[in-house]
Design a protein around this ligand. Structure first.
Ligand SMILES: [Zn+2]
Length: 295
């Protein structure tokens, strides 16, 4: 029903997905459709995720979208985002394969609530994932999302094991998933099961859809940032203004290698292969877009 039906379409900074360690400073053509396999009370995109049909949208086919992706400068490729790409499988597959054929890259921003066989198919044509880990708490998932935590953890392990680029986002909601104990368990689990270099984005919540809790206090975010940083090398705050908690510091020697202010990204102290100029530590595996990608 949603094949070729586009709800949103924009050439975004790749940092907005958010992806901080995948071609930082590049842009990515971002598209979404309608619907979701979760029903989160706090959904920040509920206008499209909980819409019944996409009757207002124009149709854009895979070929058309892929050639558009190839027409922009400094465009890493295409990101399937805004609503849940898992339920858009056939369109994502058909488009991603053409985009990759042009030497561009594919990104999927997902809740990770997917069986392992279809996820395995996604792994064949998606290069980078940002997966929402909405809470490290089964009760939260059952009550507020209509889904379950364990399948999401399983997906995260499957993506990491496949060697695909992975970043994780947790939207921090006051009184719901903001306990230090849960964050400690979450970041420890990520470090042990997925790797301590997986970037974790802690995103500020604003009241939306059926959820009336006030916006997350910045002290809560700062506190959870400190907790997560004890286990993970790269933790970032999102949807908020922060002095340096959006920057990337080398985990080896502490040199700042990327300064971020809003969606302004300045890369520094790195060699062309993504290694720290100070100590040689490999920070980014994907830094410079290959020449000849796209146009
Ligand atoms: Zn270094």
């Amino acid at each position: 029903m949603t094949y070729s039906v586009i709800s949103g379409h924009s050439l975004d900074p790749i940092e907005k997905k958010p992806l901080f360690h995948f071609f930082p400073g590049s842009r990515i053509l971002s598209v979404g459709s309608y619907g979701c396999n979760m029903r989160c009370d706090f959904c920040q995109n509920w206008h499209i995720s909980q819409a019944r049909t996409g009757s207002i949208a124009a149709e854009t086919g895979p070929e058309e979208l892929a050639s558009e992706a190839g027409s922009f400068k400094n465009n890493a490729g295409i990101a399937f985002t805004y609503n849940e790409p898992v339920i858009w499988f056939e369109f994502v597959r058909d488009t991603a394969l053409i985009v990759k054929g042009k030497g561009l890259f594919t990104v999927m921003v997902s809740n990770g609530f997917v069986n392992s066989d279809p996820l395995n198919e996604f792994l064949g044509f998606i290069d980078a994932f940002n997966i929402d880990l909405k809470a490290f708490n089964e009760t939260f998932y059952k009550r507020l999302t209509g889904a379950e935590l364990e399948p999401v953890k399983k997906s995260l392990k499957q993506i990491a094991k496949a060697g695909k680029h992975l970043e994780i986002t947790t939207l921090v909601i006051p009184g719901k998933n903001d306990s230090v104990a849960d964050m400690e368990a979450e970041s420890k689990w990520i470090a042990e099961e997925l790797g301590d270099e997986i970037p974790l984005h802690l995103s500020r919540y604003f009241p939306m859809y059926k959820s009336n809790e006030p916006a997350t206090p910045t002290e809560t975010l700062d506190n959870l940032y400190d907790t997560a940083r004890r286990y993970l090398k790269y933790v970032y705050l999102g949807n908020t203004v922060s002095d340096n908690r959006q920057d990337t510091a080398c985990s080896g020697c502490g040199t700042i290698v990327t300064k971020r202010s809003g969606y302004d990204t300045k890369i520094m102290n790195l060699d062309i292969s993504g290694k720290c100029a100070g100590c040689g530590n490999q920070i980014y595996r994907y830094l410079t877009l290959p020449s000849g990608a796209g146009r």
